[in-house]
Design a protein around this ligand. Structure first.
Ligand SMILES: C[S@@+](CC[C@H](N)C(=O)[O-])C[C@H]1O[C@@H](n2cnc3c(N)ncnc32)[C@H](O)[C@@H]1O
Length: 411
C-alpha cells in the first residue's frame, strides 16, 4: 500500500482554509477510514488541530469529537466542519465590501480607529497593518451576529494576521524577517483578507454541495492527558480514534503556541499566548526519571541521560504525558474498535526515539493488539526535517523524514 500521496491536492473542500504546522494529510485520514472505519459511528481525535480527521469523518457521515488546547486550532476545526448557507454568507460578504469601501474612500475614516495595545505589537506589525487589522477586528466583533459566520471571518482574519505580520512564514516559531526584507514588505491587509475570504467561500460552497450536513461534530478545549470526563465521552463508546499527536514537547519541536500566538492575541485576547506551549504535551518539566510501560523507551531514556541528563528529562516529560493520554483514550474505545496514530520518530542527542514502537507498547498495555504499521515518506506535510535543539536559528539537527501509521485494535 502506498501512503506517500506525493503531488496530491491536500487543500480540497475546507482542508485549505488555514495553514497549520504538521497538519495531517487528508488522503491518509480518507484511506484509514476506508480501511478501518467502514462501520464507524463515532470518531475521536484527541489532538485534532485544525480538524483534518473531523472533516473526513463528516464526509462519511460519522459523528466526531475533537480535543485540542489551542483556541486557534479549535476555531479552524469548527469552521472547517460547519455548513453555512450560501445566501446568508453572501449577505454578510456584501455588507463587508460596503464597509471596506467606506473606510477606504471616506475621508478620515481609515485613520480613525483604536489600535489594541497588545504586548510587542510594534515588533510584529507596521503601524499601517495594525490600523487595518483593527478595522477588520471591529467589523467582525461588532457587525456579525451569527456565530458560524463570525468564525468563518475569523479564520480568514487569522491567516491575514500571519501573512501581514513581520514573521518569517517558513518558520514554525516566531522569528522576525530581516530588516532588509521588512523595508520592502508592504502588504495590503484588506486585499489579503478579501483574497482569503473568497478562496474559502468557494471551497465552502464545494463542501456544502458534496458533504451531507448530518453528522455532529463536537470540539472541546480539553487536555487529552487528563482523565476524560464521562459526560464528554462515555467509556467504550468510540469506534475509531484517528489522530496525529504532537511528536515532542512544543518548546523543542513544533511550537504550536508560538505559531498561533499573534492570532490568539488578536482574536481571543490571550495575554500571554506563548505560554500555551507549556500547557501542551510535555510542557511541564519532569523532575525525575520514571519507569515507562515500554522497554524500548526506558532504554532510550537511559542512553540519552548518559549523554545529557537535562534532555533526558525533556524526553521523560513528553512520554509521561503521552503514556497517560493513551491510558485515557484506551478507556473510551469499544471492544474491537481501532486506533490509528500517525507518528514521527524524532532524534534527541543522536538517538532516534522509536515513537512508533512506544505507541504499540503503550496500547498493548491497555489490552490492544497491534494490527499493522504503515510507513510513509514525508513529502508534502509541513514538518521540519531539521530543528534547532536549543531554539536558535541556524543550529540544526536531523529530525525526521518518515511517518509511521500505527494501527491497533482493542481486544
Ligand atoms: C500534529 S498536531 C495535529 C494536527 C491535526 N491532525 C491537523 O490536521 O490539523 C497536534 C495538536 O495537538 C495539540 N496538543 C498538544 N498537546 C495537547 C494536549 N495535551 N491536549 C490536547 N491537544 C494537545 C496541539 O495544539 C496540536 O494542535
Amino acid at each position: 500500500m502506498n501512503w506517500d500521496f506525493k503531488l496530491h491536492n491536500t487543500q480540497y473542500l475546507t482542508h485549505g482554509f488555514h495553514t497549520y504546522p504538521a497538519k495531517m494529510i487528508p488522503q491518509i485520514a480518507d484511506k484509514l477510514l476506508d480501511e478501518f472505519g467502514r462501520n464507524a459511528k463515532i470518531l475521536f481525535d484527541p489532538y485534532c488541530g485544525t480538524g483534518t480527521s473531523l472533516v473526513e469523518g463528516k464526509i462519511r457521515n460519522i459523528n466526531s469529537i475533537g480535543f485540542d488546547l489551542n483556541p486557534l486550532a479549535l476555531l479552524i476545526a469548527k469552521t472547517k466542519t460547519t455548513h453555512i448557507e450560501e445566501i446568508t454568507l453572501k449577505l454578510y460578504l456584501e455588507n463587508f465590501h460596503k464597509y471596506i469601501f467606506e473606510i477606504i474612500y471616506e475621508k478620515g475614516k481609515r485613520n480613525n480607529v483604536l489600535i489594541p495595545n497588545y504586548q510587542n505589537i510594534d515588533f510584529w506589525f507596521s503601524k499601517k497593518v495594525q490600523r487595518d487589522l483593527a478595522h477588520l477586528k471591529n467589523y467582525i466583533n461588532n457587525s456579525i451576529d451569527n456565530d458560524s459566520i463570525k468564525n468563518f471571518f475569523n479564520v480568514a482574519f487569522s491567516q491575514t494576521i500571519r501573512e501581514c505580520s513581520w514573521t518569517r512564514n517558513e518558520e514554525f516559531k516566531l522569528y522576525r524577517m530581516t530588516e532588509e526584507k521588512m523595508k520592502f514588505f508592504k502588504p495590503d491587509v484588506f486585499s489579503v483578507f478579501e483574497g482569503i475570504l473568497s478562496r474559502n467561500y468557494f471551497n465552502l460552497l464545494e463542501f456544502n454541495s458534496t458533504v451531507k450536513n448530518e453528522a455532529l461534530i463536537n470540539t472541546y478545549r480539553y487536555n487529552s492527558c487528563l482523565t476524560i470526563p464521562k459526560k464528554i465521552i462515555k467509556p467504550e463508546s468510540i469506534d475509531i480514534v484517528l489522530t496525529s499527536p504532537p511528536y515532542g514537547d512544543s518548546s523543542t519541536t513544533v511550537a504550536y503556541g508560538q505559531f498561533s500566538a499573534l492570532a490568539n492575541q488578536w482574536i481571543f485576547e490571550m495575554e500571554t499566548p506563548r505560554s500555551l506551549d507549556k500547557e501542551l504535551m510535555g510542557g511541564i518539566r519532569a523532575k525525575n526519571k520514571t519507569m515507562f510501560k515500554s522497554e524500548v523507551l526506558n532504554s532510550q531514556v537511559e542512553e540519552i541521560s548518559q549523554i545529557d541528563q537535562r534532555r533526558a528529562l525533556d524526553v521523560v516529560s513528553f512520554y509521561r504525558d503521552y503514556q497517560k493520554s493513551i491510558d485515557n483514550i484506551s478507556v473510551t474505545i469499544k471492544p474491537k474498535g481501532y486506533t490509528c496514530y500517525v507518528v514521527s520518530n524524532r532524534t534527541v542527542r543522536g538517538i532516534n526515539l522509536q515513537t512508533n514502537n512506544i505507541t504499540i507498547d503503550f496500547f498493548k498495555n491497555n489490552g490492544f493488539n497491534h494490527i499493522e504499521t504503515f510507513e510513509r515518506k514525508i513529502s508534502n506535510k509541513r514538518l521540519p526535517k531539521h530543528n534547532s535543539p536549543n531554539g536558535k536559528l541556524g543550529n540544526k539537527t536531523d529530525l525526521m523524514n518518515k511517518e509511521y501509521i500505527v494501527i491497533m485494535q482493542k481486544k
